[in-house]
Write a protein that binds this ligand. Structure first.
Ligand SMILES: Nc1ncnc2c1ncn2[C@@H]1O[C@H](COP(=O)(O)OP(=O)(O)OP(=O)(O)O)[C@@H](O)[C@H]1O
Length: 491
């Protein structure tokens, strides 16, 4: 299709040239191709291409680097964004010709394309990268904060997948613009041995055919550079984004325990023996008189409850009653309007308490594998790290260990999120409707695994289903609707 379109326009060009009948105004494509054929064997022509390519690529690399660093700093500090904003506006609006003339005053003519290209590429990369960084997924950020995922892992598995499409678009567009601006600057500054000089000479000698031939070469080299940049980005993307199969550090499965369907039959008792949480002692938890409203709508009123390590509580209430809100308050993700929350000796919410949570909406790194997701909050070499593949197998995910989370079914994603919460060695485990989407067998197995790992933790489960409480042997707490909100009542 593309080749057909090109052929169509070459025919139009040929017909136009024949109609005009003046090679000075519009040489025919055949004449241009013949001239290009004469230029291509000449070493000096390739030296010109090399000269311009080196400077344009250099300016592009500098612009991309500074644009990315500037965007990272601007996303982190508003004051930096404010300081950079006028410079970016200036770089976008100042004509290439003005920059070129200034560059000629400041620099040697040979290197002026570097500065001009830098100033053209920098705002494109800066603005796109900043937009990518701002297109944050708050729920993933919240998950990362709760699990205390180390910054380099956050960047690779959670930020880069969002950022990469913006960065690719910017670099692809930036490379095309770099050639336009770089050659324009060379035509004005006429550095010796550049493609711009060849175009300038062709203009001076009214050699329109030569002008077209050199321009055609510029277009070809620009297209090849853009294709190269896109191919490099395509190759780098899975590694930069920690996609499944490209994160060996997080995905190493013990050689003695290959992923297989048979492994899914491993018993929960085995898991209990290797449970990372087995030695984790939690402090008691006490909520007293918790109140919470959203925009005047009271959700929780006078909610009080207490739990000791080793205890499981089951919050039962109808949909929309406030179970998630209460869990979020325990996790420190939401602030109560009134009341107190005590964990052992530590009062209240700052910093976030050592809590792990299976969120209602899973919150997985979609491109990463099931195993990488389960290990995101973990430290290599710990018991929890080593136990991750086994736990996933016991949850029936032996075949999916190295599959991207995005390709997993709803029930499989639920179990990955559950595994991540179970493995994180925190004293309080919050499970928000953890068995949604699981069939009866998977649900029973998951419940047994939770039970086998809860010994020294406080487990709070939100559910609509009494069976979940029975499977887990949990104490049932009803959130009961009152006149002015929801309060807590034992079973
Ligand atoms: N950030 C928020 N802003 C405004 N309203 C909110 C917010 N978070 C929760 N709510 C409201 O608080 C109420 C309780 O929500 P919550 O998610 O805690 O209920 P739930 O019992 O967990 O529901 P479900 O069982 O359907 O998950 C709902 O009416 C919800 O719309």
């Amino acid at each position: 299709m593309a080749a057909g379109a090109v052929l169509f326009w070459i025919i139009v060009w040929q017909l136009g040239s024949m109609a005009l009948g003046s090679p000075l105004l519009l040489p025919s494509p055949v004449a241009v191709l013949l001239r290009l054929g004469e230029l291509l064997p000449q070493a000096v022509f390739w030296e010109r291409i090399g000269f311009s390519l080196a400077r344009i690529a250099g300016g592009f690399a500098l612009g991309a680097l500074l644009g990315t660093l500037g965007a990272l700093a601007a996303a982190r500090w508003r004051v930096v964004e404010g300081l950079i904003a006028p410079l970016i506006s200036l770089a976008k609006s100042v004509p290439v010709a003005s920059i070129t003339v200034l560059a000629l005053i400041w620099l040697r003519a040979a290197n002026l394309a570097v500065l001009v290209v830098l100033l053209v590429v920098l705002p494109i990369v800066y603005e796109n990268t900043l937009a990518g960084l701002r297109a944050t997924d708050r729920s993933l950020d919240e998950m990362a904060a709760l699990f205390r995922i180390p910054a380099p892992r956050r960047l690779r598995y959670l930020v880069m997948p969002r950022l990469f499409p913006y960065l690719s678009a910017a670099l692809g567009a930036g490379m095309g613009m770099a050639w336009k601006a770089g050659v324009a600057a060379e035509v004005i500054g006429i550095p010796n041995g550049s493609l711009g000089e060849a175009i300038y000479d062709a203009k001076v000698y009214f050699d329109t055919t030569e002008l077209f031939a050199v321009t055609l070469a510029v277009v070809a080299v620009s297209a090849a550079s853009t294709a190269l940049v896109r191919a490099a980005l395509h190759a780098v993307e899975p590694i930069a984004c920690g996609a499944a199969g490209h994160a060996p550090a997080l995905e190493r499965v013990d050689a003695g325990a290959p992923a297989s369907a048979d492994d899914a039959q491993a018993s929960p008792q085995t898991a209990a023996a290797t449970s990372p949480a087995a030695g984790t002692a939690a402090a008691p938890l006490a909520l007293d008189g918790i109140e919470k409203s959203f925009a005047g709508h009271r959700v929780l009123r006078d909610v009080s409850l207490a739990a000791r390590p080793g205890e499981a509580l089951c919050l039962m209430a109808p949909s929309g009653a406030g179970k998630t809100t209460l869990m979020r308050i325990v996790a420190g993700l939401e602030h109560a309007d009134a009341g107190s929350l005590v964990m052992g000796d530590a009062c209240d919410r700052e910093p976030l308490p050592a809590v792990s949570m299976a969120f209602q909406d899973d919150r997985l790194a979609d491109q990463a594998s099931a195993l990488a997701n389960a290990r995101l909050p973990l430290t290599p070499g710990t018991a929890a790290w080593d136990a991750a593949p086994e736990l996933l197998r016991e949850l029936g995910l032996g075949e999916r260990l190295l599959s991207p989370a995005s390709t997993c079914s709803g029930g499989e994603r639920r179990r990955i999120a559950l595994a991540r919460a179970l493995l994180a060695p925190h004293g309080i485990l919050l499970l928000d409707e953890p068995f949604t989407g699981l069939d009866a067998t998977a649900r029973e197995r998951a419940a047994m695994l939770v039970r086998s790992r809860e010994r020294n933790r406080i487990v709070i489960i939100a559910t609509h289903d009494r069976v979940d409480a029975e499977l887990l042997g949990a104490r049932v707490i009803h959130l009961v609707a009152g006149e002015r909100g929801l309060s807590c009542q034992p079973d």
